[in-house]
Design a protein around this ligand. Structure first.
Ligand code: ZN
Length: 229
């Protein structure tokens, strides 16, 4: 049984989705456990995430079923066919998007590199290209590293002036609020804050059940954020 956190907003919109906790999705075992929990009738999709801005579409990719060979590189996936679409994370921001009007859903992996590269904008634009409308969208920003736990260099902080704060007494150390940076990106493409549900759970200081790349020194599992069409 896989433990799953949910967004109130997506749940109210009737969207089957979740942010896993406690189960490691860096290997196939996690996905086998999720299949047993969800009993999905749709195929499950997984990408080879590379912190870029490439958006994949399920109708153009093979269901991965966790055979590494079938993986395609990308950091967001739009489901335009019956699918469980998802991303793996451990500190980076998982964003789930649903468009009621078109029935399209998407999962986005957004760390600072992906946000800077425009992964959020690319995803929303690609959804609109396929018939989605901004007004019909609801988004959830899942568990990620919080402002207090995410120290970054000035170079990185400078990319997100609206989402970073200098650390008092330090010249070149800053704290970055990745969830806020993701929200700013969503608002930048036209969404309103009332369409965005922030779970506000930190992968590092929030709960032991979540994997944190930073806290573990880079040696940890991954959680899976998924959304079903
Ligand atoms: Zn924290």
């Amino acid at each position: 049984m896989v433990d799953i956190l949910k967004s109130v907003m997506l749940t109210e919109a009737g969207v089957v989705h979740g942010f896993t906790t406690g189960t490691d999705f860096s290997t196939a075992a996690g996905f086998s456990a999720l299949k047993e929990t969800l009993q999905p009738t749709q195929p499950i999709y997984k990408m080879k995430q590379v912190h870029g801005n490439k958006v994949l579409v399920t109708s153009e990719m093979p269901p991965s079923e966790w055979t590494e060979a079938a993986e395609l590189e990308g950091d967001a996936v739009i489901a335009d066919t019956a699918a469980v679409a998802g991303v793996v994370t451990a500190d980076c921001v998982p964003i789930l998007v649903s468009c009621k009007q078109s029935g399209l859903v998407a999962a986005v992996h957004a760390g600072w590199r992906g946000l800077k590269a425009g992964i959020v904008r690319q995803t929303i634009k690609a959804m609109m290209h396929r018939g989605a409308s901004i007004g019909g969208m609801v988004c959830a920003i899942g568990p990620c590293i919080c402002l207090n736990c995410y120290e970054v260099s000035k170079d990185v902080a400078d990319l997100f002036p609206e989402s970073s704060d200098p650390i008092k007494g330090s010249k070149d150390k800053y704290l970055l609020d990745l969830a806020l940076a993701a929200e700013v990106s969503l608002i930048g493409v036209g969404l309103s804050s009332v369409q965005i549900d922030k779970l506000e759970i930190c992968t590092s200081c929030g709960t032991e059940a979540l994997f944190s790349y930073r806290k573990s020194g880079g040696d940890c599992g991954r959680q899976y954020a998924f959304i079903c069409k």
